[in-house]
Write a protein that binds this ligand. Structure first.
Ligand SMILES: [Zn+2]
Ligand SMILES: [Zn+2]
Ligand SMILES: [Zn+2]
Length: 423
């Protein structure tokens, strides 16, 4: 619960990663300690295992990681990851096994007396276990740790660990943030969201940021998964997390009942898109039925827009018309306006995905300006570009930049602003 009010964009919590592990595809490209992205081949390998990479051998990244627990894993790491038992695990179980190994390595490198004082292990063990019981995967180092404790730690993995992303797009690691897991419940219409901060040589940080003004006494909720998974999310909550979501959005989805597929016939599909845009236009800001929980104002004939295939169809159409392909500009406008209408309905205000889509629209717009030059409609396209850039910026500035220091959505918006001024 918020003790004090928070303005939109305020950092509600800033907490360091307890333990994290890079995805295999990121190994050697990012520092294993601070996650800084480096040009190929410029990171220094740990000479013990040659499987961990750091910004510099003399820098704090490697020495901190060594003290933090790498020394317990280093010599055993390669034998462990090439073992039959590890290789037999599915990809996500491999990530769990590596994360559990790092967690155990960390705990065994700290005096047990310090556990509760210096590290949030009791916080982690106080979290709810996942609904599915499963035995812990084989870990490295072996034989050094109480198996009951290892199983207890692992039981909290599935429903408490985080996917770590950069620029709100790409997941590149998995991590444990016990304090954040402890503090925040889920909502499909969250008033806050997580982002990750990479700083050279520093442990990765998570920040929880207010997406809109939050009053004192209001519960602060974050999304555990993409709220746009309007059908599958209920099953994920039950099977992975063990709860039924009772947020305003889920109330409306339940009230709508069976969600039909969107019409296959093109004219009918277009009509639904138009009806959706008109409905969203008629709603005031902050009055989406999915936000207020008032299902009575949601038109029954629009139920099919809640079918997950609706977003897929629109996204495919947009991508075919966007800057990556040479589709007609009218298709960019039509599909993009429909997607923004849908996002304004099902996402809370200032949700990063809304801003990311507006950025894609701005990029498509710029591409059409370049390709159609000199053309009569350049002025119209320039006005569109201006509008898309301004709308994207007003959404994305609330949560701010995330992850890698270069080529993020806010940098792309700046580049578009610079080229736009050159028209
Ligand atoms: Zn580093
Ligand atoms: Zn090593
Ligand atoms: Zn919900």
């Amino acid at each position: 619960m918020a003790k004090n009010p928070f303005a939109a964009g305020s950092v509600i919590l800033s907490t360091s990663s307890f333990v994290n592990v890079l995805l295999p595809s990121e190994k050697g490209q990012r520092c294993d300690h601070c996650h800084r992205l480096s040009s190929l081949g410029s990171l220094k390998r740990c000479t013990g295992c040659v499987s961990f990479f750091y910004c510099d051998q003399t820098c704090r990244s490697q020495s901190m990681d060594w003290k933090f627990g790498h020394r317990k894993i280093c010599k055993l790491y390669n034998a462990y990851t090439s073992s039959t038992a590890f290789q037999a695990l599915e990809a996500h179980k491999k990530m769990d096994a590596l994360l559990l190994s790092s967690l155990v390595a960390h705990l065994s490198s700290v005096d047990v007396k310090e556990w509760d004082e210096t590290i949030p292990i009791s916080t982690f063990l106080s979290l709810l276990c996942g609904p599915v019981e499963g035995s812990a995967p084989p870990i490295c180092p072996r034989h050094t740790f109480d198996q009951t404790l290892v199983d207890g730690l692992y039981a909290r993995f599935e429903n408490n660990n985080f996917s770590i992303h950069s620029h709100f797009r790409k997941t590149y690691a998995h991590g444990i943030f016990p304090v954040a897991s402890r503090l925040f419940n889920h909502s499909c219409m969250p008033n806050a969201a997580m982002k990750f901060i990479i700083q050279t040589h520093e442990p990765l940080k998570m920040q929880v940021v207010a997406l809109r003004p939050i009053s004192a006494g209001e519960e602060i909720c974050v999304p555990y998964l993409d709220p746009a998974l309007l059908q599958t999310r209920t099953a994920v909550f039950q099977l992975t997390y063990g709860f039924m979501c009772s947020c305003s959005s889920c109330k409306v989805v339940r009230k709508v009942g069976i969600i039909p597929e969107p019409p296959a016939e093109p004219a009918e599909f277009q009509n639904i898109c138009w009806r959706l845009r008109e409905f969203v236009k008629s709603m005031g800001t902050g009055t989406s039925p999915f936000l207020t929980g008032d299902s009575s104002i949601f038109p029954a004939d629009l139920a099919c827009v809640l079918h997950e295939s609706f977003i897929t169809i629109l996204s495919d159409k947009f991508s075919a018309a966007s800057f990556l392909h040479d589709g007609p500009y009218d298709d960019v406008v039509e599909t993009s306006s429909t997607l923004v209408a849908l996002y304004s309905l099902i996402y809370p205000p200032n949700y990063p995905q809304i801003g990311l889509h507006l950025l894609e629209r701005a990029k498509s717009c710029w591409n059409h300006i370049v390709r159609s030059r000199p053309a009569d409609n350049t002025a119209m396209l320039a006005a569109d570009l201006e509008d898309a850039v301004a709308s994207a910026r007003s959404v994305l500035k609330v949560i701010g930049p995330e992850g890698d220091s270069n080529d993020g959505p806010i940098d792309e918006l700046q580049t578009l602003t610079n080229v736009k001024n050159s028209i």
